[in-house]
Write a protein that binds this ligand. Structure first.
Ligand code: MF3
Ligand code: CO
Length: 257
């Protein structure tokens, strides 16, 4: 989402082990935030729950002060309903029927974990439930194509066709990315593409796959706070993300619990 002349960095097996730890801490922080989701809980409360886990491990979030229109002011992004990504946690109270996304990262021994989920607050509408299921399904569909010898376009196209064949839209304006010592390394990982095209995947590549899905249109805009990205038409959105490693065999999910 920023400068994309960035290098693709191959990690050693030892570095991937470190990234796994960074990823586990990230996953634990997300799980802690997810566990408190309830009507009346604020987006700031969710951020605090995640931060407590980071603090327990003595690590920080790569989101805090991330360069943008102004330094990103929190450790996590918490985005509600039509907010797709980069919502700033604060005093907003969740209500029954909302869907809420938390995106979180951790830096452990110099390596970044980056992951996100969307969940319902209490009972949600049928379309919201379908959106969550399809967005998470698209993430795993993309991961299933992340094989050495394949191409970046295989992942991108799998996500795109999984979502669009089910009637929803993927954003063209934000992408997944390489992840490692930097939160954003090369390559960019779009949620749309052509099978067989793009960078060839090799063992040691570490990627953050992140389908960002909208119900009504692919278009987005940014709110006056200059960070929060919302659907152009106000329709519901969802976002799931894992950091993964390409191996000689099946892809390794680094941000699993
Ligand atoms: N996790 C998000 C990503 O994948 C980024 C967070 S943006 C930040 O790009 F500004 F909060 F860092
Ligand atoms: Co990311």
């Amino acid at each position: 989402m920023m400068a994309w002349d960035r290098q693709v960095v191959i990690k050693s097996p030892q570095e991937i082990e470190i990234m796994r730890k960074a990823g586990r801490i990230t996953a634990e922080a997300l799980a802690a935030a997810k566990a408190i989701i309830h009507p009346g809980v604020t987006t700031g409360d969710m951020n605090a729950a995640a931060e407590e886990v980071l603090k327990k491990y003595g690590v920080y979030s790569p989101f805090k002060n991330y360069p943008g229109p102004y330094p990103y002011p929190a450790s996590t992004c918490v985005s509600v309903n039509q907010e797709l990504v980069h919502g700033i946690p604060g005093k907003r109270k969740l209500k029954e029927g909302d869907i809420v996304t938390m995106d979180c990262g951790a830096v452990y021994e110099g390596f970044v974990g980056d992951a996100a989920f969307t969940a319902g607050v209490g009972e949600v509408s049928a379309v919201a439930a379908k959106l969550l299921e399809i967005t998470e399904g698209a993430l795993y569909e993309g991961i299933s194509k992340a094989h050495s010898g394949g191409h970046l376009g295989d992942i991108s196209a799998a996500i795109e066709s999984y979502v669009e064949s089910r009637g929803f839209y993927v954003t063209r304006e934000y992408t997944g990315h390489g992840v490692g010592r930097q939160m954003h390394e090369g390559p960019q990982v779009p949620n749309y593409g052509i099978p067989g095209r793009g960078l060839q995947l090799r063992p040691g590549m570490t990627l953050a796959l992140e389908p960002m899905v909208l119900v009504g249109t692919a278009a987005t805009r940014v709110l006056d706070d200059q960070w929060t990205v919302v659907s152009w038409d106000g329709s519901l959105t969802a976002h799931f993300e894992h950091s993964i490693a390409i191996t000689d065999g099946d892809p390794l999910i680094l941000t699993a619990l």
